[in-house]
Design a protein around this ligand. Structure first.
Ligand SMILES: [Zn+2]
Length: 296
């Protein structure tokens, strides 16, 4: 079965999760080729195994090469493995196994986090685990669809998301922008949102190497937490802090994918790398876990 047909069939099995991003009407898969709403808005499945459900093209800063490098960092170097283990353990301990589990990763990038999390859950959530990953970056979704064909991947805009109300039990929002109004709409009552935000020492070695002499604003997450708790009941906060040793080429990849250094030229980056022998990096994150209450 080719990738286009496979992705069309996966979406068909779960088409009740979706609605048209233009008119919000119900959508149906036609002939393993197109996803068409009741008013005739048509989106085609691609031969690379994903569907583009955006209504206008958008360019993001990340290229396909950068996503491949990021994936290498996540999968080979296991940069976020301790974080993903914490998320996995929390889900295993908290979420009911009675029903089929639907998980949406809002801003999935190259998809490795969602793929890793759903793969583990398959063993224990025997009534079925459906992972859906969306990102505004076509390059990210292409990389995800290439490597993880068991998951549904869609290019989609979180501001016009192509899903019906209360479709998901779990939302993942890992180091990517939020849209709390949409999160609230998409979650089932009693569903959870897991938002991962950077903490004070996140990539501190890079900050020190590149910005030591400049006056950086002091770091606070109070606003993020405040905003989060206005939309969800805060159920848990889990801090995850650890160090990872990286070889020079992985360090280079990490620097490329970090927005922190985007304003710095490649020559300057190399000069900094030559001066500091960076071999280890601190990952310092917090998982904010919110629950959607029945009254909201
Ligand atoms: Zn429509």
């Amino acid at each position: 079965m080719n990738k286009r047909i496979k992705s069309a069939r996966q979406v068909q099995q779960h088409q009740s999760l979706f609605h048209c991003p233009i008119c919000q009407s119900f959508m149906e898969v036609h002939e393993s080729k197109s996803f068409i709403c009741q008013k005739g808005h048509t989106f085609d499945f691609t031969k690379k195994g994903y569907i583009n459900l955006t209504t206008r093209p958008s360019k993001t800063k990340y290229t396909k090469e950068l996503f491949e490098a990021r994936r290498e960092l996540m999968v080979e170097q296991q940069l976020f493995e301790p974080l993903l283990e914490k998320i996995d353990a929390w889900i295993q301990n908290t979420v009911s196994r009675q029903d089929a589990l639907t998980i949406l990763d809002t801003g999935c990038g190259e998809g490795s986090h969602l793929a890793r999390i759903t793969e583990k859950l398959h063993n224990t959530f025997t009534n079925g685990v459906t992972g859906v990953g969306i990102d505004l970056s076509k390059e990210g979704i292409m990389t995800a669809a290439k490597n993880y064909p068991e998951t549904i991947w869609a290019v989609a805009d979180l501001a016009h998301s192509p899903f019906r109300d209360q479709s998901f039990q779990l939302l993942l929002n890992i180091l990517s922008p939020s849209n709390y109004g949409e999160f609230s709409r998409l979650l089932k009552n009693g569903g959870y949102v897991l938002k991962v935000v950077p903490q004070q020492n996140y990539l501190t070695e890079l900050r020190d190497a590149f910005f030591k002499d400049t006056d950086r604003a002091s770091y606070s997450n109070d606003d993020t937490v405040d905003l989060f708790t206005r939309h969800f009941q805060l159920k848990d906060r889990i801090r995850v802090t650890y160090n990872v040793d990286l070889n020079p080429s992985s360090m280079q990849s990490l620097i490329q994918m970090t927005p922190l250094t985007w304003s710095i030229s490649e020559t300057d980056i190399q000069a900094v790398l030559d001066k500091h022998s960076l071999s280890s990096i601190t990952v310092d994150l917090e998982i904010l876990i919110g629950i959607k209450g029945h009254e909201k």
